[in-house]
Design a protein around this ligand. Sequence first.
Ligand SMILES: Nc1ncnc2c1ncn2[C@@H]1O[C@H](COP(=O)(O)OP(=O)(O)OP(=O)(O)O)[C@@H](O)[C@H]1O
Ligand SMILES: [Mg+2]
Length: 372
Amino acid sequence: MKTKKSSRTRKPLAEISRTSGDPLTQQIVPAREVILRPAGYPLEVNSVPTNPLLRIRDEKLFSAYAVDQWQGIKVKPADYLFDQLLLPDFAFEVVSVIPTEAHIVADTRIRLVEPPDDTPSKALQIGFEDVIGHEDAKAKCLIIQKYIADPQQFAEWAPRRVLFYGPPGTGKTMLARALAWETQTEFAYIKATSLIGQHVGAGADKVNKLFEDVIRNKPCIVFIDEIDSIGLDRGFQSVRGDVTEVVNSLISQFDLIEDQEGVVVIAATNSQDFLDPALRSRFEEEIYFGLPDYEDRLQILQKYSSSLPMPVDADLESLARRTEGYSGRDLKDRVLKGALHHALSRGLATLDESTFKHVEIIQTSKDKSLYK
Ligand SMILES: Nc1ncnc2c1ncn2[C@@H]1O[C@H](COP(=O)(O)OP(=O)(O)OP(=O)(O)O)[C@@H](O)[C@H]1O
Ligand SMILES: [Mg+2]
């Protein structure tokens, strides 16, 4: 039998005002709108993370479902409501309430927003040595690693904000993940587009909330991927909708973390020249990620072919010479994976020259000069 006070226990409003102390101070303030965000279960069982992905099928129906179980409860931002129906004890965090502290009543509109995909989490297990080339970027990452290990020694000379730029598929995201793994620190991965809000003020709120979380979890590396998607020069922003508030909030948060030891921001973009100049000037260093040269292409081909589920019987040096202009991603996904799939479809037991030739014929018929 449940003994805890369940949020399911719905009380008639009149009863609430009767039973909760002084009736004069317990006026019912009906909430017009309550916004919730999935917060997960309070416990992990046997280290198994339990985070179901929730998606709303019908907003009106969800609102009715939520009102049905939480009607009569007084809520304010940062409170938690526990589901007792479909997902017993799954928590929802109250993001906002209109007015700020109010009771859920029959006609309260309850909405669900997505959980931040920026929750700091341990990164995948990729080390610096897995990233081929990019020695300058790795040197900077080693400095950041030292800084995270002992933030005080750097004082005002700490590495703070770095911009990785260069063509797609050259290892920018991969190196940021490697840094997080090597430093064993919290890593907040944010796709810049996820910071765009649906209404005025929501984008700025998301940025502020993100940095609050980051500061709470410091030391922490924040990686803002595809920052050009929001940080475009103001001249271009009309093309993408108004993201000025997001850019302004980012700029002010970038300045605020100046006082926070152990917080480092890395951002990545394919087109640094179009970035908002005020945003761009906040980066202390811009590090270029170029396409791999012959040596690096060879190493990338060797690295990934060793983990293919089929032996390779082809001249990788020759293949590296023939793939000028290909990124690391192209080499892995287009060349090696393409050859593997071709071999599988033909029932071959090895990846021989013919499988790579087949992929090359397809590649040359596409625009190989795309990244040049
Ligand atoms: N230098 C490299 N060394 C090893 N693997 C690489 C390298 N560059 C790319 N790869 C492979 O390609 C994948 C994609 O690279 P990544 O996502 O880091 O590129 P990116 O520069 O962030 O691209 P984008 O600008 O499109 O976001 C990596 O996960 C890795 O498998
Ligand atoms: Mg990337």
